[in-house]
Write a protein of this length. Sequence first.
Length: 148
Amino acid sequence: MRSSGANGFGKIFDVVLWFVLLNNVLNIYFKSEIALKIYPAMMSLCFFGIFAHSLWIKKPLIEKFARLYEKNITERRLQYIWKLTVIWTCWLFLNTALAFYTAFAAPMETWVLYNNLIFYVICGVLFASDFAYRKLVFDRAERKNSHV
């Protein structure tokens, strides 16, 4: 993805890497609880930026991953990939807001519960839902078409 040229993904990944380095240095140097607590929010913000950028340049990030496995993707699947990227972009935006809220306004127990459990459960549900939908809808339709 870094070698993808003019689409800007390499620059975005560089920003994410520099952010991670800076956050870790600040965390080590200041031993700051807030530096630790904003890390999930900032990572979510970075990934929101990556997904939103991929929509902006009309080359959804999920499509890039899909093309690693399948070169010829049907128009129907491309539409689904676009919608799925929008869903993940919205989720990452919402998660960024929730993670910042838990970092600045919630007790430590709430921050731990949300950022270390609830976030991952929701992501798991999104992944599982996508997998089930693709298996039930796309794979079934392709099997029907191959038997005709």
